[in-house]
Ligand binder design. Structure first.
Ligand SMILES: [Zn+2]
Length: 153
């Protein structure tokens, strides 16, 4: 398997705050769980590891949110082409209760409304068997992410 594909990362924002997202503008983010769909057509694992780290220059839209939020986990979909990133983003938007906090977030070079959604914690808890009652232990891999997305259809 090549080290390339698409991914979803899961973040937890502990409190409500306004966050400047680069040149996109400043948005109000409610506390809660966020899911972001991205693509790395090379060095997929390094890209996701980069999202988990805080010590870096802010480059992508997601970096600005990540700087204020906790990294909960990631789902990697190997050998998926870049178009699957948009498919993932659109599937996330169809989840019951999903909201779009920042139009254009992560979707500067495609026609999606955004590649970031806020997902109700209750939805995750009702759809998935989590290992712990602590949201800090959410670590949604690819299989769990696909189950969640299918459940939302
Ligand atoms: Zn897109």
């Amino acid at each position: 398997m090549g080290n390339k594909g698409v991914y979803v990362i899961w973040l937890h924002l502990p409190k409500r705050m306004g966050i400047a997202i680069g040149k996109l503008g400043t948005f109000d983010f409610e506390p809660g769980i966020y899911a972001y769909a991205g693509s790395a057509q090379r060095n997929l694992e390094q890209r996701v590891a980069r999202h988990s780290h805080l010590d870096k220059k802010l480059h992508w839209h997601i970096d600005y949110l990540r700087a204020k939020a906790e990294f909960l986990g990631a789902a990697l979909f190997y050998n998926q082409t870049k178009i699957s990133e948009c498919w993932l983003a659109q599937a996330l938007l169809r989840l019951p209760g999903a909201t779009l906090p920042a139009a254009g977030f992560g979707s500067s070079d495609c026609r999606c409304r955004a590649h970031l959604v806020q997902v109700p914690l209750a939805l995750l808890q009702s759809r998935l068997v989590l290992l712990s009652d602590s949201i800090h232990d959410i670590d949604l891999g690819a299989a769990q992410t696909l189950a969640l997305l299918n459940a939302g259809d």
